[in-house]
Design a protein. Sequence first.
Length: 246
Amino acid sequence: MTIPYEPVVFNYKINIHLILEYLAFFIAFRYYIFLRKQTEDTIPNSNRLSIILGAALGAFLGSRIIGFLENPIYPTDISSFITILNTKTIMGGLFGGLLGVELAKKIIGEKQSSGDLFVFPIIVGIFIGRIGCFLSGINEFTYGKVTNLFVGMDLGDGLKRHPIALYELLFLICLFAFLWKTKLKNIKNGILFKYFMISYFSFRFCIEFLKPNTFFILGLSSIQILCLICYLYYYKTILNLFKNAR
């Protein structure tokens, strides 16, 4: 198998990344439904639906805005405008979804934490999507810088690069196991989602240095700046983590 992997079925080239992206949404949602049935959800159905809608709208807008800022392309024709609309990133989706949820909860007056049920479906969805990113090679901006290390792989341009998507797949497996073990300790509601966000954004902050990024401010990319904003959002939780560690 060569990368980018572009299978041909009935003389049509299949976009494997797009298929896995839709599959990620489907499986993640079905997993969420399964977990909700197994869990006593104290949030009413109507409020939960409002929260999901807020998350979806926030994720849509956030993924597009941060995706554009990651690699700004100013439209000069219809084609470039469509490219901008299709540019997205999971980081913007996660943080935009978080803001969308908080706004929806404020509107409907819901006080309870709602994120823990989403944690494991989100990880599963990202995992499936990253498989598509890896198979797409240099067609997706999830490849790394050129490297002479043994982990270097030819992702489609004949150069040995860091396989960033594979690094993330390994990290997501470890994160899933860690958070599942943490969940069994009957921690306070809402903490699990905070741990997920802090862990994943920390990983992405570090891994961005291995990508051929455009670094805008203080040697940081737009994704890394978003990570810092996330740290500010969760600064109380981060301080508690350091306090407990000491």
